[in-house]
Design a protein around this ligand. Structure first.
Ligand code: S3P
Length: 184
């Protein structure tokens, strides 16, 4: 049953969903949840181990289980894994859960942000730059069609991203659209 009581962050790996989500939750006085962390809590396994031993399809199944739980909560900022939007059931869950915000970044920005990071199985390749471009191209339409608000985050600090999201939410509230309470 949709409750529209949360706020969901979507976007590619490295777009800042976790950092921004935590800051945003603080500002709103809400809780923060992350679908990847939820999958890890459910299984007691890390994402790289899940991918390596059980494969991506099993991870995707668990991601939906996690999102079903998270989206049923209230007053949560929910950060999703970058590929969550690929699963139709996840898109329905997110859409029904509250405003969906896309943290958008170019392939070059993503590459720069993830260059030295590990723990993302889909980026563990020597051709990381090409992999990012390929995955992003395949996902862009899903991000674009699902989001209520797309924000280019490339040149912004996490605090600036949060300020932009808060002002978008306030504008929405002023316009009489379903709002988010506790918004400063
Ligand atoms: C994935 C993104 C990751 C994680 C998994 C798969 C993807 O989350 O869910 O490694 O398919 O883009 P982040 O976007 O938080 O890195």
């Amino acid at each position: 049953m949709p409750n529209r009581a949360n706020l969901c962050l979507i976007g590619f790996m490295g777009s800042g969903k976790t950092t921004v989500g935590q800051l945003l939750a603080q500002k709103l006085g809400w809780k923060f949840s992350d679908s990847d962390r939820e999958v890890e809590l459910l299984t007691g396994l890390t994402i790289p181990v899940l991918f390596a031993y059980y494969g991506e399809p099993y991870f995707r199944f668990l991601e939906t289980v996690a999102l079903r739980d998270l989206t049923a909560r209230r007053a949560h900022v929910i950060a999703t894994g970058g590929g969550a939007v690929l699963t139709p059931a996840n898109r329905e869950l997110l859409k029904g859960s509250g405003p969906v915000i896309w943290l958008r970044a170019s392939p070059e920005e993503i590459y720069a942000r993830t260059q030295t990071s590990h723990g993302r199985p889909l980026l563990e390749t020597v051709a990381r730059r090409e992999r990012i471009a390929e995955l992003l191209a395949a996902r862009e339409e899903a991000y674009a069609s699902l989001c209520d608000f797309a924000l280019d985050v490339g040149a912004l600090t996490p605090d600036e991203v949060v300020m932009r999201i808060l002002s978008w939410l306030n504008g929405r509230k002023r316009a009489g659209k379903e709002g988010v309470t506790g918004c400063c």
